[in-house]
Write a new protein. Structure first.
Length: 110
């Protein structure tokens, strides 16, 4: 499905540094070529596939009001989250709650 994109990532070299791949974050020392980038592409594919399935399922079932997705958390099953994940917090200093479902929050677990 994403063969063309993966081939592009694997085969496009940097114009300034022709010995380096263009789409690889060399400053991120924990990244391993090509495994890390391939895994990121797989993750993007998974998120997109789940989102499309949710949208399709929601449209099919919303006509009879059985399923309506108002808030979604996409969490990794191979990660142990040591702190609670508040899916209603907007993550800013105002401590606002997103009851209108208008904010996408990406936590900074750093």
């Amino acid at each position: 499905l994403y063969k063309d994109l993966i081939d592009k990532v694997h085969n496009t070299m940097d114009e300034v540094h022709p010995q380096k791949h263009k789409y690889f974050p060399y400053k991120a020392k924990s990244y391993k070529y090509p495994t890390t980038v391939d895994n990121i592409l797989k993750m993007w594919h998974s998120v997109q596939s789940v989102w499309q399935l949710m949208m399709k399922h929601g449209k099919t079932n919303n006509s009879n009001s059985q399923t309506r997705y108002t808030r979604v958390a996409m969490l990794r099953s191979d990660v142990l989250y040591l702190t609670p994940i508040d899916i209603w917090s907007t993550g800013d200093e105002t401590d606002q709650r997103d009851s209108s479902n208008s904010v996408a929050v990406i936590p900074g677990f750093g």
